[in-house]
Design a protein around this ligand. Sequence first.
Ligand code: FAD
Length: 340
Amino acid sequence: MARVLVVGAGLTGGLCAALLKQKYSVSVTVWEQARGLGGRMNTTCSAHSPRCTADLGAQYITRTPRYAQLHASFYEELLAQGVLKPLTSPIEGLMAKEEDSHFMAPQGISSVVRHYFEKSGVEVSFGHYVTEIYLKDDKWEVCKEAGDSEQFDIIILTMPIPQILQLQGDIKNLMSESQKQQLRSVRYSCRFALGLFYEAGTQIDVPWAAQYLPNNPSVCFLSIDNRKRDTDAADSGPSVVVHTTVSFGKENEDKSLEAVQEAILQQVSGLLPGLPTPASATCHRWTYSQVTQAIPDCPGQMTLHRTPLLICGGDGFTRSNFDGCLESALCIMEALKPHL
Ligand code: FAD
C-alpha cells in the first residue's frame, strides 16, 4: 500500500486526507508542526476556561453562486451535519453581494477542518515540524525538527508557500528555476489577531455581532465571537476577536507579541470604552495571513517531482477562502490519479 504524507493540518490538508481515504486504498499520515489542527482556520480556547473559545483566523465562509453549484455536495454535507449554519447575526460594514451566502461554524471555524480529518479517519501527528526532504531509493525521506526521519512514496505539502521554500534537503534542487520563481512571486498579508476571553456572566454591550472598521488605521475587524456564532455563552463566557489592519501588521512585524497586545488593547479601549477587563487574552501573529498575490493563473497545485510524486497546494495556488482550498485539494487529487 502506498504511503502518503500530508504536511499541514489546515483546511487543505484535511480535505486532502478525506478525499484520499474516500477514493483510494492508501496509507495516509499527517504531520503538523502545531499542537492542534485548523491552521489559519484556528479556534483558540481561553486559558481560564476551555469552553470559552474564539476564532482567531478565518471568521465565516462566503459562498458565491458559482461555487454553490461547483462545490454543492461539500456545502450540503457541512450544512446537513450542522458544521456550518447560515450567518444571521448583524455584521456591520459587511460588503455583501445579494447573490452570496455567508455561513458560520457554531463549534468554531476549526470544526470545519476537524470534520474532514474525522471523515478521513486519519490521526494527525502534532508537534511534527518538517525540516528536510531527501530523495532516497525512489522514496522520500522526510526529516522532522526532532531529528528522526521516515520514508514515504508520495508527499503533499499544504503549508503557506514561504514555508515550502524554507524546506532543506534535495527538495531545494528538485524545483526548476521557473517553479522557484513562481513560488517566490506569491505574496501574503501579515496581520495580528487578539482574542479576549471573559468570565461567564460578563455583559458586552454593543448592538452588533461583528463590525468592519474601514477607516481605522490599526483595527479592521471586531467580533463578539459567540454572538457571531449564535451560541449561548451564559456558562462559558463571551469572547471578543480583534483583527488588525495589514499596515499595522507591517509596522509591528518585528515587535514582541506582548508589546503588540498592549498596542491593540489601547486601540480597542478607544473604540469600545465600556469593554470589561478580560479574564485572559491571546495575541497571535499571522505572518502569512491571506494571499494577496497567488501563483500566476491559479493552477491549484504544483508538481515539484513526478516519480516519486512530490506535490504542493493550498490557498497560495488559488485564493484565501474555503472554495480556494477546496479547489486546490481537488486539483491535487486530479494530479494524484495516475500515481495511485
Ligand atoms: P494553513 O491553514 O496555513 O495550513 C497549513 C498548516 O501547515 C498549518 O497548520 C501549519 O502549522 C502547518 N505547517 C507549516 N509548516 C509546516 C512544517 N514545516 N511542518 C509541519 N507543518 C507545517 N477564509 C475564509 O474563507 N473566510 C474568512 O473569513 C477568512 N478570514 C481570514 C482571516 C485571517 C486573519 C486569516 C489568517 C485567514 C483568513 N481566511 C479566511 C483564509 C483561510 O483561513 C485560509 O485560506 C485557509 O485556512 C488556508 O488553509 P491551508 O490549509 O491552505 O493553510
